[in-house]
Write a protein that binds this ligand. Structure first.
Ligand code: BGC
Length: 374
């Protein structure tokens, strides 16, 4: 590989402000043609959820391991801020933007703006909808996330008439639909046969004999049980559901919670209800606080999504685009306008039984991060 090409590949990933190690000589070198321009920019949705801090950390780890610094911009839950971030990166001359949209449809404007400026767009974890300017999508198997959450509830249920409480992510996030769709694919037969009785969604009850839901039908249920990915919304909704429920809708209960942040909030609400004798609650992301909840018996499971893989997939795709190649795709996702080439990573169910082997022994977290590990 020529020295010029090597520099190009390395520069592809990062904000190269001053130092670039030329791998040929192992010496510091100041890039000439590229100056201090960004080749790739990264935009993440919010600093307020540990999930996205995980992604930030893993991007920094992956890039600094190679000797580079990186600038990551956060949209703080605002699509307007997200667009500003994208415009700022474009004005700095980026060629590729890796973006996890705050709102999948609203982000179409940012994608179109980037596309018009000749900037390639990688949709990261969440799909940007309704835009033809999305070049590539790196994601986890989000259908499997929901299916594994539901399977955990099914694996722990016996008898009939078991109270089931459903919660979902934000309707503005395409993933919320895929998660719920995956969960529904597993839960629906068990709701239809009376094993579970849905307590908090008249729309889910009305649709309980239907195995395949349309996007509109999913939207109707999600509209009733959305947490908006927000801790307080989740807590308030769970409390309202518990207030509305009679004692026969309590006892041992089963709770589909969409992610770890909302799972902890919902779990706290159910734990505080004197008529709830036992609960099973799902999650996702393997956030440290939830791993501790699992160890302490306060959350039943989480779905581990190894962010290191997602970050590496995004970096590989960025390098390919910068080199003028199309990134390797294994499938595609329909974003409402086009089929976006995609790569997706598997996910793993974690509960108290395998937290040590999956999260600690693998080096993802350190044993010191937790107390009372089994
Ligand atoms: C992500 C989840 C995350 C949720 C809330 C989803 O799009 O896939 O990992 O918990 O957003 O931020």
């Amino acid at each position: 590989m020529s020295k010029r090409k090597l520099s190009f590949v390395l520069l592809a990933l990062v904000v190269v402000a001053s130092m670039v190690l030329a791998a040929c000589g192992g010496q510091a070198e100041t890039p000439e043609a590229e100056g201090d321009q960004l080749a790739v920019g990264i935009v993440l949705p919010t600093r307020d959820e540990p999930r996205w801090i995980q992604d930030e950390t893993r991007f920094r780890d992956a890039l600094s391991a190679a000797g580079y610094s990186v600038e990551i911009l956060f949209s703080q839950g605002s699509s307007a801020r997200e667009l500003e971030n994208v415009e700022a990166l474009i004005s700095r001359g980026v060629e590729v933007i890796i973006i996890c949209p705050q709102d999948g449809s609203a982000a179409a404007a940012a994608a179109e703006t980037a596309g018009a400026a000749g900037v390639r767009i990688i949709s990261y974890d969440r799909l940007i909808r309704d835009s033809g300017a999305v070049d590539y999508y790196v994601t986890f198997d989000s259908f499997a996330v929901g299916a594994q959450q539901a399977q955990y509830l099914v694996d722990n249920v016996t008898g009939t008439g078991n109270p089931l409480y459903l919660y979902a992510g934000a309707s503005s996030d395409n993933n919320a639909f895929i998660f719920f769709d995956g969960a529904w694919s597993v839960l629906q037969p068990w709701i239809a046969d009376g094993t579970f009785v849905v307590q908090n969604s008249s729309e889910a009850i009305a649709l309980q004999d239907k195995s395949d839901l349309t996007r509109d039908e999913l939207a109707q249920i999600i509209g009733q049980v959305t947490t908006n990915w927000d801790f307080n919304t989740a807590k308030n909704l769970a409390e309202a559901n518990l207030t509305a429920a009679g004692a026969d809708a309590k006892g041992e209960v089963f709770i589909l919670a969409p992610n770890d942040g909302t799972a902890r909030a919902i779990a706290d609400a159910f734990a505080a209800d004197g008529d709830v004798t036992n609960y099973y609650v799902t999650g996702q992301d393997a956030e440290m606080a939830s791993v501790q909840y699992i160890i302490d018996g306060k959350q039943s499971m989480t779905v581990f999504k190894d962010v290191r893989t997602l970050v590496q997939d995004a970096i590989n795709a960025a390098v390919a685009l910068l080199e003028g190649r199309e990134p390797e795709a294994r499938g595609s996702y329909d974003n409402g306008v086009t089929e976006v080439p995609a790569i997706q990573s598997p996910v793993v169910t974690v509960d108290a039984d395998n937290v040590q082997s999956v999260l600690i022994d693998s080096g993802y977290y350190s044993a010191d991060d937790f107390t009372n590990l089994p």
